[in-house]
Design a protein around this ligand. Structure first.
Ligand code: BGC
Length: 752
């Protein structure tokens, strides 16, 4: 290849198109199966092909909850839809890696059918803070859950000969100022939390590609950091695919190439020129270019496009619909069920409140959005399940939503805007009392949406709006006086405040955003056709500021002055304002439950929590040694009256002495099959010694300290049912490179 050709191979071919420029400048030689996606809203990106060399293009598409492709084509009649699956957070709530694998397989099949080579998913950044606008795409506040879910998804997609791009590597846990933010954090927090999920996925599932993130880490752009992209990713973890940038503005392309960032996306012609010029001037060794070229070619030969796969444009949407529905059934988390309010019994008419009941939210916005053929609402689901719905309310909400639609007619959910939530219809207290006489039960849905480029707000988003609070309170008062129950459904994209109102309704079902089948699946849970088995992959705090990261999450407080005094270095900025140029991860390793359980802080719902319509007993906890670690086991018995599944979480408390550690950390989990009443299953949970290790910055090594380890078998992080102890006789060490340290120790940067 000539130098120009090599440089061209390393630069995405979406010049102009994604940058809003002249499309004729864009892809000049894409095969027609790929070209049809070359539309601003549909393609995740593509590369240049070189027909005379037999080098084909790579066609990429988002994203984590299903493919994001345009529904119409310039060159073909008809409409082409993709399946909308539950969002990442809902998938993680299943704790079922087999389900993730089957979703991956279905997504891979859809990609094959539509001629896509690489899916830009899964996304596994950590839920550091509840306000991150993209948390819905991500899995969990815990890196083991994130890594295991992502690994299963990657395995599923790649089993179809379609590649993945695990993203965003790394520490991309906020949207505010995402392209300029510098994440300042300790090596330990970086290794144990923000890199761990990626490490698990790379080691277990060998994704074809990794997407570097927009942000810097400790002063260096991730895309230009050889320590991250070569030393850690390749030398330590054995990654053998390509690294591609997120859809970035041009940076120092030569530095990216040398760091091991093989592909610049979406691609600008000036980057090709830059590579050529810098090689000619001697600033960029051609050997560095060659390494990237070789890796590009190694991925290209694996693609469907190279193998001559023909896009059918006819994925089996019917089959994928069942996969989506099954996963959604396990993603719901039953938060409250007082007096066995659920499943519904003896109910004929339902009084359905809340705008979202009538217009269910399938998933978030931005590149994680999916163009599905339909979204089933709760109204549809309940109607088809045979319930009568309160006609007056149906009509009232219907008209309200029509008006809302008309008002936002020209508004398109885009990369930078979150579709506004329809203001909750103002129903007076007397309205609620009037309807309480009619239905057998009231159901209220609270909806939230979020998306790329914007973090969420505290008032009217993390916290309920005044209208929502009034609605829940008034409906609960009115129906309880009439001896009827009230169920709240949460069709939300991320954590919200629940402590102040959760006492009022009889049951709360956290549905998350379940994809296109959402309303039917929630109806299944309400009737008992599905027994909820989801558990929280993050903590629901009592209030937002209980999270230690809240003091270092960029936000315009303008507000409670008391927060100023404990505020650390960042914060106090308007979201989207450019001058938040860094975020200090002052809380270090104390993210999510690692903080709440170590410091005895009360929460609204703990990590790992979720009820069922049945009960489970745990017995026979054991742990035994193996060649490279331990195998724990526990027997779970369904002691209730209906069939159900249970997820057992294995937390480990490390011996005292040596490094400071969280009180307990999740080290393994497993879910039972559907257990009939009285049936038992023994789960085995392997934990190797490396998984028990903590990162010691002083020795730059992973270390498993000697002493007694307590294995805690929990139904949640706070609900430990039994335990077993084991000993590690001597210190075990896995040395790694001493890289990516902050310029100054974190404690010197804090004001607290
Ligand atoms: C997002 C990525 C996405 C890419 C391509 C970026 O804005 O951060 O997650 O894959 O766009 O659509």
């Amino acid at each position: 290849m000539t130098l120009e050709e090599k440089a061209t191979l390393l630069v995405g071919s979406n010049q102009g198109v994604l940058a809003g420029g002249d499309p004729s400048e864009a892809v000049y030689d894409l095969p027609s199966t790929a070209r049809i996606y070359d539309n601003k809203m549909s393609v995740g990106g593509s590369t240049y092909g070189f027909p005379h060399l037999g080098i084909t293009n790579i066609v990429m598409a988002d994203g984590p909850a299903g493919l994001r492709l345009a529904t119409t084509r310039p060159d073909k009649a008809g409409e082409f839809y993709c399946t909308a699956y539950p969002v990442g957070t809902a998938l993680a709530s299943t704790w079922n890696t087999d389900l993730l694998h089957s979703i991956g397989t279905a997504m891979g099949e859809e990609a094959e059918a539509y001629g896509v080579d690489v899916i830009l998913a899964p996304a596994l950044n950590l839920h550091r803070n509840p306000l991150c606008g993209r948390n819905f795409e991500y899995y969990s506040e815990d890196p083991l859950v994130s890594g295991k879910m992502a690994a299963a998804m990657v395995d599923g997609i790649q089993s179809r000969g379609v590649g993945t791009s695990i993203k965003h590597f790394a520490a991309n846990s906020q949207e505010t100022n995402r392209k300029d933010n510098d994440v300042i954090l300790s090596q330990r927090a970086l290794r144990e939390l923000y890199l761990k999920g990626f490490e698990i996925t790379v080691r277990e599932s060998h994704p074809w590609t990794v997407m570097s993130s927009y942000n810097r880490i400790n002063g260096i752009w991730t895309q230009e950091d050889p320590a991250l992209l070569t030393t850690i990713l390749r030398d330590e973890w054995g990654f053998d695919g390509i690294v591609l940038t997120d859809c970035t503005a041009r940076r120092n392309t030569a530095a990216e190439v040398s760091a091991g960032n093989d592909l610049m996306m979406p691609g600008h012609k000036s980057q090709i020129r830059e590579i050529v010029e810098k090689v000619r001037s001697g600033e960029l060794p051609e050997a560095d270019v060659d390494k990237c070229v070789r890796r590009m070619l190694e991925v290209i030969v694996r693609t469907g496009t190279f193998r001559g796969r023909r896009a059918t444009d006819a994925p089996d949407l019917q089959a994928h619909k069942s996969v989506s529905r099954q996963a959604a059934g396990e993603g719901m988390v039953l938060l409250k069920n007082e007096g066995g309010a659920l499943p519904l019994k003896g109910v004929d008419q339902i009084d359905l409140y809340g705008n979202t009941s009538y217009k269910f939210i399938a998933g978030g916005t931005g590149s994680g959005q999916v163009n599905a053929a339909y979204v089933r609402s709760l109204k549809d689901g309940l109607h088809d399940a045979g319930f009568r719905l309160n006609a007056y309310l149906e009509n009232l909400y219907g008209r309200h939503l029509d008006l809302h639609e008309a008002r936002y007619a020209g508004f398109r959910a885009s990369m930078v805007n979150t579709r506004p939530i329809a203001a909750e219809l103002e129903l007076s207290r007397s309205d609620a009392f009037q309807h309480a006489a009619e239905g057998d039960v009231a159901i209220i849905t609270i909806g939230r949406n979020a998306g790329e480029s914007r973090d969420r707000k505290i008032p009217d988003d993390f916290n309920l709006t005044a209208a929502e609070t009034d609605l829940i309170r008034n409906v609960c008062d009115a129906y309880h006086v009439a001896g009827k129950k009230v169920i709240v459904i949460l069709n939300i994209s991320g954590v919200i405040e629940t402590a102040s109102w959760k006492a009022w309704p009889d049951a709360i079902l956290l549905a998350w955003q379940l994809g296109q089948e959402g309303g039917d699946v929630v109806a299944d849970a309400l009737t008992g056709d599905v027994n909820p088995s989801g558990k929280l992959p993050m903590t629901f705090p009592m209030q937002y500021f209980d999270h230690p990261s809240s003091y270092n999450f960029p936000y315009d407080f303008n507000g409670p002055p008391s927060f100023g005094s404990t505020m650390s270095v960042t914060g106090r900025v308007e979201p989207l304002v450019k001058d938040v140029d860094f975020t200090l991860y002052e809380e270090g390793i104390y993210v999510g439950y690692r903080y709440f359980s170590s410091f005895g802080k009360e929460v609204s719902y703990p990590f790992g929590y979720g009820l069922s319509y049945t009960d489970f007993a745990y017995s026979k906890a054991t742990v035994r040694k193996t060649a490279d670690g331990f195998v724990a086991s526990v027997t779970v018995t369904n002691t209730g009256r209906v069939a159900g599944k249970e997820t057992v979480q294995l937390y480990v408390s490390a011996p005292a002495g040596g490094l400071e550690k969280p009180d307990r950390e999740l080290r393994a989990f497993a879910k039972t099959a559907l257990l009939q009443p009285g049936q038992s299953e023994t789960l085995t949970l392997p934990v190797d010694a490396y998984t028990l290790a903590s990162f010691n910055e002083a020795s730059s090594a992973w270390e498993t300290a000697p002493g007694t380890y307590r294995f805690l078998f929990g139904a949640s992080v706070e609900d430990i049912r039994c335990s077993a102890d084991t000993r590690v006789p001597k210190l075990l060490k896995w040395p790694v490179h001493d890289v990516m340290a902050p310029v100054q120790p974190i404690h010197e940067l804090t004001r607290r």
